[in-house]
Ligand binder design. Sequence first.
Ligand code: ZN
Length: 167
Amino acid sequence: MTRRPETSRDPVCGMVVNVAASPYSTMWQGLEFHFCSAQCQERFIATPALYTVPGGVRNSVPIVKRRKLHFVAPTQEALRAVCGRLLGMMGVAAAIPGPDDITVEYDLRQATFAQVEAVVAGASLVSRGGLHRWRRSLWKFIESNEIENEAHPASGACCNRPPARLG
Ligand SMILES: [Zn+2]
């Protein structure tokens, strides 16, 4: 009989997790992974291949993203409050309020722009529309492609290959 290990490394953020105390665990390819938070578990379930190698946890370098979010007539208090919430997320390294904006820096392996935007959407700030709205959609699209390419490097190369000739 094998005993369950007492601690385990969170494959998303690298934190050491107390297995008995963590409510966040997932089975993947016959192995059990434990997470520090719902956010890390969510990232893992979305793309397990980004965090694993056959038989264990993958060691990867951070994929740092820096985005500037613009708002319509925000108060400084509201901007600071949202920065505080963003800094509470896993993988967010910086959240800096500007005159009508927030610059946020995060590791795409741990947090996506979609998750950042969900935290911002819970606040009283109104995001700027127009081109900025379009740019935010583009960031989400680009990030999901980037995550897929990072998780499956071999299959990602097909995007650079010329299309097969028909007939
Ligand atoms: Zn974690």
